[in-house]
Unconditional design. Structure first.
Length: 291
């Protein structure tokens, strides 16, 4: 039974969705109590994605790491097999070297379990506490206040190329194993490029806009670093490239989508055109959208 102090959905900005698996229920046919800590810990990874922070790299840049000091749970009701749950998390207070987060597992609007998690920012070698860095404090407070966690810039290769090259090398050459000689071409010099960076200045995503023919733009080389996929960065970058095409008078935009990303582009208003094909050994399909 919820009380006046039990968290409500409206108290939170961030939610991580999951479905209860068979392995997580016990002999009482309810989720075993210890799994709720795992649920909250899993939601932590989603929270950092929402902050546009590749966690390990960001902590290294900030010169520290976060260590759990306290974890408490309060149980109100039980989740069962195949329940769809939303795990909420909110930054409650940032002290000198500690951070207090609260969370709640919801089944629709029903609060099942709430939690308190206290972390200490510390030197990873000595595990002695350090002051929370101002950039991290600003980012956390800004997110909870509803402010954006990343910026999108559009410019030329001479301005954005170094960061864009690093992202494309990581995603296409490293992750997807596309030969480097197929990744780089002369079109970069004339294309408009989009670059997404977080508020620590870390490059996260890139894409480019070319001209397929008069009045028709072509978007390509869309790459988002794996650690921040699913955080809205790809959508924001695509929107910036579409705005750039619209601004220069294009009436249509085309792209060759990897089949695994076809749904992403459909949600952005693109429609498949023609038969699927392979490019660099990866299944693709051409997609088009009128502006």
């Amino acid at each position: 039974m919820a009380t006046d102090t039990t968290p409500r959905r409206g108290d939170f900005r961030f939610f991580d969705r999951l479905r209860v698996r068979w392995a997580e229920i016990d002999a009482q046919k309810i989720v075993f109590n210890a799994h709720y800590l795992m649920y909250f810990d899993t939601a932590v990874a989603g929270y950092w994605r929402a902050l546009a922070l590749p966690y390990a790299e960001a902590m290294e840049q900030l010169g520290g790491d976060l260590y759990v000091k306290k974890a408490t749970l309060e149980y109100h009701a039980s989740a069962r097999y195949v329940d769809l749950l939303d795990v909420a998390r909110r930054g409650e207070r940032i002290g000198t070297s500690s951070m207090r987060f609260v969370g709640c597992v919801f089944r629709q609007d029903e609060p099942l379990v709430d939690c308190e998690l206290v972390y200490v920012f510390a030197d990873p070698h000595t595990q002695t506490s350090k002051p929370v860095p101002v950039p991290l404090r600003t980012l956390l407070e800004g997110f909870e206040a509803g402010r954006p966690t990343f910026d999108v810039r559009v410019g030329r290769w001479g301005e954005l190329g170094e960061a864009a090259r690093a992202i494309r090398t990581e995603v296409f050459v490293g992750e997807q194993r596309i030969p480097a000689e197929l990744e780089w071409d002369a079109a970069d010099a004339d294309a408009l490029h989009a670059l997404v960076s977080n508020h620590l200045g870390m490059p996260l995503a890139t894409g480019r806009l070319m001209s397929a023919e008069p009045g028709v733009g072509k978007i390509g080389r869309m790459a988002v670093r794996q650690a921040v996929r699913g955080s809205g960065i790809g959508e924001a970058m695509l929107a910036s490239l579409l705005d750039a095409a619209r601004g220069r008078g294009d009436r249509e935009v085309r792209l060759n989508a990897q089949r695994s990303a076809e749904g992403f582009y459909r949600r952005a208003g693109f429609a498949a055109h023609g038969a699927p094909f392979e490019e660099a050994g990866i299944p693709h399909i051409e997609m088009r959208r009128a502006l």
